[in-house]
Design a protein around this ligand. Structure first.
Ligand code: ZN
Ligand code: ZN
Length: 386
């Protein structure tokens, strides 16, 4: 039942009880009438069925203490028994308007009436906020990039699911071949104000329910709301140099706005797959390069891989300690300002697992030649310091 039922229907009369009737009296009256008009006892009797429904409705309200109170309040405030036109335009005066709007739309009697006063006084500001152009929501999604695409930048296809314009009516809410028209009651503002005795009411326009547009033939897909859950695929440009875990903002690609408001933004959380060879350290790329003891001891020029380019030559000076890092300028990650980070090359001695006879005897000769040098001598000395 709708809230206007409260004002049009006299439930006490339907059950044949006084307004002051006690719950037990109401229950007894209901039982007696329900037995009499029950459809099982009146097969094929349409008017009995109708009467049975009225009795049930009346009892459902009057048997519930809270709803009975709301019903009594509504009728004492506005008086019972007048007809409430539904969806009509306001006339010259009097009560020629849809009370359903004041009571919270077409909501059932369970809500609304208890909030009658709050609703009347708050509705104005709430209505204004509802009616303003509203920016679409921000949307967040994720994507996983290869290491190389993260460094060089790429375009990815992102599939987004969310509420958007109804694809059938393109968000107008109007059936194909028709268009919504500007609401003639509020001239498209979505607001209406009037004085109702001591109440000054500003509320969403009842004709268009605050939208400012009226749809004569609603779109069957969205029932006229113009909104639908949908998924869309967008092409998003991921700039060069993004790092794992970074959030990229793509302006204007979030949820569409309402009533002419701008779209929200899309945030893309980027995950970057690790590379088998290269690592990242800010704008620098890192690589660890195996070298021999001889290369570090005697010096060498070694070829090291660069990302998506020809190998670069790194000169290792004689006597280079294991683990030293060399910087190769310009072979890192491109920055926003157009400059580029470095490739950081760390050398790591590779100890041979198997030595052939010649190499073995050469190393044995080395051991012999350096027998007088104890590499731990200094360590042992310094360990004695306090
Ligand atoms: Zn639609
Ligand atoms: Zn309107």
């Amino acid at each position: 039942m709708s809230t206007k039922d409260f004002l049009e229907k006299d439930y006490y009369k339907t059950l044949g009880v006084a307004k002051t009737a006690k719950p037990a009296e109401i229950k007894a009256a209901y039982r007696k009438l329900a037995r009499k008009y029950h459809p099982d006892a009146n097969k094929g009797n349409a008017s009995a069925e109708e009467r049975f429904k009225e009795i049930s409705e009346a009892y459902s309200v009057l048997s519930d203490e809270k709803r009975r109170k709301e019903y009594d309040e509504a009728r004492s405030l506005f008086g019972g028994g007048f007809r409430v036109p539904t969806g009509s335009r306001p006339g010259g005066g009097g009560f020629n308007f849809d009370l359903g709007d004041i009571f919270g739309g077409t909501g059932d009697a369970g809500g609304g009436l208890g909030d009658l006063f709050g609703g009347v006084f708050n509705r104005g500001s709430r209505g204004t906020a509802q009616n303003r152009p509203r920016r679409g929501a921000d949307v967040e999604t994720e994507t996983t990039l290869t290491f190389g695409d993260a460094i060089d930048g790429t375009t990815v296809a992102l599939r987004l699911t969310g509420e958007g314009p109804c694809p059938t009516c393109h968000g107008t809410g109007a059936k194909a071949g028709t268009v919504p028209r500007v609401c003639p009651v509020c001239d498209g503002t979505g607001q209406s104000s009037r004085n109702l005795g001591s109440f000054g009411i500003s509320e969403p326009c009842k004709e268009c329910r605050g939208r400012g547009l009226v749809v004569d033939d609603p779109c069957p897909a969205c029932s006229g709301s113009g909104r639908a859950m949908s998924s869309r695929t967008i092409q998003a440009r991921i700039p060069a140099g993004v790092a794992d875990g970074q959030r990229i903002k793509i302006a204007g690609k979030g949820a569409p706005g309402e009533r002419g408001g701008p779209a929200g933004d899309l945030y893309v959380r980027v995950h970057v797959k690790p590379h088998p060879v290269f690592g990242r350290s800010g704008d620098n790329l890192t690589v660890t390069v195996p070298v021999t003891f001889a290369e570090l001891a005697l010096g060498a020029e070694v070829k090291v891989p660069s990302h998506r380019g020809a190998p670069v030559t790194v000169r290792i000076p004689p006597g280079t300690p294991n683990g030293r890092t060399f910087r190769v300028q310009g072979k890192g990650v491109r920055r926003k300002d157009g400059t580029t980070g470095s490739l950081l090359v760390t050398v790591e001695v590779m100890v041979p697992q198997n030595l052939n006879g010649k190499a073995r005897s050469a190393i044995e000769n080395l051991r012999e030649a350096t027998a007088g040098q104890d590499p731990r001598e200094e360590l042992l000395e310094r360990a004695k310091e306090a």
